[in-house]
Design a protein around this ligand. Structure first.
Ligand code: GUN
Length: 294
């Protein structure tokens, strides 16, 4: 078993991004700028946004966090998005999900100018991704692809089984793995809560991507010997043993599954760190105008 080490890979790519940000600053006199809108006080969301902002600063980007209380109206939020769309000083714009129930996430996603949609959630970016055209790719699946690429894992012809069909991870992951690209060229099965006999499906996988949000859902009996195992789960439980007061668990029973896997990502220290890389790379591309000319 070999580890797909998110700490190592993210640190290396972050160095590259830092140098590119410095070059961008030298030629334009400004920094790439990411704006993140956060609504309410979901603990995990607050942690993620703080980490995004901190990592922007680390690589020499400008970052702005706009925080609304949970009772903000959809109209207020859309008005803010429209003013940021029109602001030349803003390169990337994200709205952290999930949103409170009274706000329609589809309307918010479509309100963001697709040329600033560094989350890659807008239907224009989703459609372009499916067609293998230049676009912003959602940060987490993008991070997974960068990880596979870093370790030069040859995925062509492999059977990938994605567990979970979310807009943020499972669905775009299935598209990326199936595309005619490197990495990619997999035969993909997308499984979800209504899949009959999910264990049988996962057992056929050469690559398992677990993105279902259930602690240790993937057990050793579900994994074919030699499989590549990608764990996207970040399940938080309160703990008295850690400084932060909580402990993270993946969707994969790492200790049980690792001896059977050829490659595996740990949690923490795996895909989570790569998500930030995906977002930073998209923000840099947005500033440079390489995907959509400014
Ligand atoms: N919630 C969980 N993951 C993400 C993400 O990548 N972007 C946004 N905006 N919200 C999220």
């Amino acid at each position: 078993m070999e580890l797909l080490d998110g700490k190592l890979v993210s640190a290396k790519i972050k160095e590259d991004i830092k140098q590119e940000a410095a070059a961008f600053m030298a030629s334009t006199g400004r920094k790439p700028h990411l704006v993140a809108i956060l609504v309410g006080h979901d603990g995990a969301s607050e942690t993620y946004v703080a980490s995004k902002m901190r990592n922007c600063e680390l690589v020499g980007f400008e970052s702005t966090n706009i925080h609304y209380e949970a009772d903000v109206t959809e109209a207020e939020l859309i008005a803010k998005i429209e003013s940021l769309n029109a602001d030349d000083r803003v390169d990337g714009l994200i709205v952290q999900l999930p949103l409170p129930a009274h706000i329609n996430p589809e309307r918010i996603t479509e309100a963001i100018d697709y040329r600033k949609d560094v989350d890659g959630f807008h239907p224009v970016n989703l459609g372009r991704m499916q067609r293998n055209l230049p676009c912003f790719i959602p940060a987490t699946p993008y991070g997974v692809m960068l990880m596979l690429d870093h370790y030069r894992i040859d995925t062509a012809g492999l059977h990938a089984v994605v567990v979970g069909r979310s807009n943020i991870v499972g669905s775009p992951m299935s598209i990326l793995l199936a595309r005619n690209s490197v990495p990619g060229n997999c035969t993909v099965t997308l499984t979800h809560s209504r899949t009959k006999n999910i264990t049988e499906e996962v057992r056929r996988a050469d690559i398992v991507v677990a993105a279902i949000g259930k602690k240790h859902f993937i057990t050793p009996d579900m994994v074919k010997p030699g499989a590549i195992v990608i764990d996207v789960g970040i399940n938080r439980e309160t703990s008295t043993q850690t400084k932060s007061g909580y402990k993270l668990y993946g969707d994969v029973d790492f200790d049980g599954v690792a001896p059977k896997a050829s490659w595996i990502t740990p949690v923490p220290g795996g895909v989570g760190l790569m998500t930030i890389i995906g977002l930073l790379k998209n923000t840099l591309e947005a500033a440079k105008g390489t995907i959509y000319p400014r």
